[in-house]
Ligand binder design. Structure first.
Ligand code: ZN
Length: 284
């Protein structure tokens, strides 16, 4: 008998002695089956970085956006420890034509969008060819003057419509427990202080979009200076036509103070990467 089997046997014996209920017995049984089903080695150790990710931000954006961007770079940098993957950071996509972009499994837009038409064309080609994207907050901001209809097609929603002000925490609701991005999250949690955008029309009107998280209607009236009184308020979603997740968080210096929200960010990043066209890098 090996050590794991012995521990399971002892656990089962102790639980029986102290009056194990039906549910606990099932759970012990399923864990035992899991142990038996596993191969000799549970972990899958990488011999080389599994993938590359490109982060871009705009250092001259408004201060609260740059605060978030810098914290995001630190946060994701910690996830590279051990060189499981490679992280490149740039302040300009001008250096990344399509031929370079396509080397990356994911592009992460931190409050920044392609700055001119050449950058937009390269990014469009990257996404239309199966590229991966995770965008925060102002990376998706667009209004009448943006002049980039493809961005709306890509996001699956209309223009920026309104926002709460000042930034504040918000009760948010997971709309599905089935999706890999949300299945490890509680049904509701309080997201740290941020400015949140509403869109018109809402991405919910688009049948290709799956809404993952939204601001709870319990928040209405939402805001102290600029008050949002009603409306559909999705803040995290994916457009199934692309390998992407958009997250509206990203304003100020509290974006990474909450473990639940941090887990959401890691889940979203990991999910986009896991659907790489060349196969799931985490299974290699
Ligand atoms: Zn903002």
């Amino acid at each position: 008998m090996n050590k794991t089997s012995l521990i399971l046997l002892l656990t089962a014996f102790c639980l029986t002695c102290f009056g194990m209920n039906e549910e606990t017995r099932d759970s012990v049984q399923s864990r035992r089956e899991l142990v038996q089903a596993e191969s000799e080695f549970a972990a899958n150790y990488a011999r080389a970085p599994r993938f590359k990710a490109l982060f871009h931000y705009y250092p001259h954006a408004e201060e609260a956006h740059v605060q978030f961007d810098k914290q995001a770079i630190d946060f994701f940098h910690k996830l590279t420890y051990g060189e499981g993957w490679l992280m490149d950071v740039t302040a300009s996509l001008a250096d990344y034509p399509y031929e370079k972009l396509k080397e990356y499994s994911i592009v992460v837009s931190l409050n920044a969008a392609p700055a001119d038409s050449a950058q937009r064309v390269a990014f469009e080609q990257y996404m239309e060819s199966g590229g991966g994207w995770m965008g925060f907050h102002a990376s998706a901001y667009n209004d009448r003057n943006t002049g980039w209809p493809w961005l709306n097609k890509f996001l699956g929603c209309g223009l920026f419509y309104c926002n709460n002000w000042p930034p504040q925490p918000a009760l948010v609701e997971c709309e599905t427990g089935e999706h890999p991005v949300t299945r490890t999250l509680p049904h509701t949690f309080v997201a740290p202080a941020s400015e949140f955008y509403q869109w018109q029309p809402s991405p919910r009107m688009n049948s290709d979009v799956e809404i993952l998280l939204s601001i709870s209607p319990k928040m209405y009236p939402f805001g102290l200076k600029d008050v949002v009184k009603f409306g559909d308020f999705p803040i995290v979603w994916t457009n199934r036509k692309y390998r992407m997740v958009y997250l509206n968080m990203g304003h100020g210096d509290e974006g990474f103070i909450d473990a639940t929200q941090n887990l959401l960010f890691v889940n979203a990043f990991r999910w986009v990467v896991s659907r790489d066209q060349e196969g799931d890098p985490f299974m290699k």
